[in-house]
Design a protein around this ligand. Structure first.
Ligand code: ARG
Length: 460
């Protein structure tokens, strides 16, 4: 049949396969709430400007209320024949209220309609993500504040480098997440403009009020250019770029959690509720949640590349290509929300195993730099001090002793300037406490940093 909403100029029915192939209702029905919200704002504006009567507006409101109920109750009949969420809802409205339903689309196109729907949907998603991200940050900071003097080895190249406190390590995670939050808010700011009124591409001949619909939908202002409004999806790409970075950070955290739960590190205990067992090996407790989050970075990175590629070389204005924006965007939202939720629940429940952490820091010559700094204070140039300590470490590697375990005569054999006060700098506590400046790992600095981190969040 040629009975489509746009069927006027057609002389034959759409090919069956083409109908299926071009339909988006299977996935864009997720935009139903935003679609109705946008339609109501549009209809209200049409009535305020005299394009629709107040009675017609009342009918549209009634019809939409019924449709919302039907969708919520799960008995709205979605039809692929009606292609997408917009035409499904409009057709049902006309079924319900008759001729007035056909007037709703006055001064509007699906092109500005869908651009509005996606922005509204993404904006709500961003707000939910912001809440979960904040929850994760608060949990991380609280754990940090409780571990300002829990000593662990710090690493470079995953080789023991210098002792740090666990709280300092956790606050490093928080800094990554803090920047992610900033990027999320930047993205929200730029997307929060209303494309409604751009119509198909050039605007409309009706005396519409774009400021009115923008305000009704909580947008900061209407978009500036109608061609741009219906065509660009850079806001979705920007969100996916935020998501890719966030997931990258979560994967780094995940990787450390996985390493730390291993018998070889034995730094932390993950509560059983975040782990699963093996169907064959009875002893196993696997850190599935961090592993899964680490793995999910793949799909989010994929979606970013997908959207960039989708947008690339598209001529102005709207092209059907853009229908392909939804599935990657929705999956990115779901993946980010799920991963954040899992981490916000799990991270605060991480229990550090303070003795093994400390023991690991004690081994591995983590205070070698402190010894070099000590020699500098005794008058050696740093490069010579480095050389002396290197020799002492080589001796320790061969003899199986750590620096603090070597006798004073042994140490003096490497450099006569070494005195009995050397053992103070070779202690782990002395080492971390000495890094006493903004951004350093001294326990007092870390405690202050945790307070500042929390205060920053409270100011949001
Ligand atoms: N389903 C379409 C999309 O997702 C809505 C806009 C379609 N506009 C059009 N002229 N075909 O992008």
């Amino acid at each position: 049949d040629t009975s489509k909403l746009w069927g006027g100029r057609f002389t034959e029915a759409t090919d069956q396969f083409v109908q299926q192939f071009t339909a988006s209702v299977g996935f864009d029905q997720r935009l139903a709430r935003e679609d109705i919200r946008g339609s109501l704002a549009h209809a209200e504006m049409l009535s305020a400007t005299g394009i629709l009567s107040e009675e017609e507006l009342a009918h549209i409101r009634q019809g939409m209320a019924t449709i919302e109920q039907e969708i919520a109750a799960g008995n709205f009949r979605w039809s692929a024949e009606l292609e997408d969420v917009h035409m499904n809802i409009e057709a049902r409205l006309t079924e319900l209220i008759g001729i007035t339903g056909k007037k709703l689309h006055t001064g509007r196109s699906r092109n500005d309609q869908v651009a509005t729907d996606i922005r509204l949907h993404l904006r709500s998603a961003i707000d939910l993500i912001g809440v979960e991200l904040t929850r994760l940050q608060k949990g991380t900071i609280a754990l940090a504040a409780a571990n300002c003097d829990t000593i662990m080895p710090g690493f470079t190249h995953l080789q023991t480098a210098q002792p740090v406190v666990f709280g300092h390590h956790l606050l490093a995670w928080n800094e990554m997440l803090e920047r992610d939050h900033g990027r999320l808010m930047d993205c929200r700011k730029r997307l929060n403009q209303s494309p409604l009124g751009a119509a198909a591409l050039a605007g409309t001949t009706y005396p519409i009020d774009r400021h009115r619909t923008a305000a009704a939908l909580g947008f900061d202002r209407p978009t500036e250019n109608s061609l741009d409004s219906v065509s660009d999806r850079d806001f979705a790409i920007e969100f996916c770029a935020f998501a890719a970075l966030l997931m990258t950070h979560l994967s780094r955290i995940a990787e450390e959690l996985v390493l730390w739960t291993s018998a070889q590190f034995n730094f932390i205990e993950l509560p059983d509720r975040f782990c699963t067992g093996s169907s064959i090996m009875p002893q196993k407790k696997n850190p599935d949640v961090p592993e899964l989050v680490r793995g999910k970075v793949g799909r989010v990175n994929g979606h970013l590349v997908c959207l960039l590629t989708l947008m690339k070389s598209q001529p102005l204005a709207y092209n059907k290509d853009n229908q392909e924006d939804k599935e990657p965007l929705f999956d990115t939202i779901d993946t980010v929300l799920g991963s954040l939720r899992a981490f916000a629940d799990m991270v605060p429940a991480v229990r550090p195993k303070t003795e093994p952490m400390r023991e690991a820091a004690r081994r591995g010559f983590s205070t070698a730099t402190d010894l070099a700094d000590y020699l500098v204070r005794k008058g050696l140039p740093f490069r010579d001090a480095h050389e002396v300590v290197g020799k002492a470490v080589a001796h320790g590697v061969a003899s199986g002793e750590d620096l603090a375990e070597m006798s004073l005569p042994t140490l003096q054999g490497f450099c006569a300037a070494i005195g009995s006060d050397v053992y103070e700098v070779l202690t782990l506590e002395g080492s971390v406490a000495a890094r006493d400046h903004l951004g350093g790992t001294a326990p007092l600095q870390v405690a202050a940093a945790a307070e500042r981190a929390l205060a920053r969040i409270m100011e949001r």
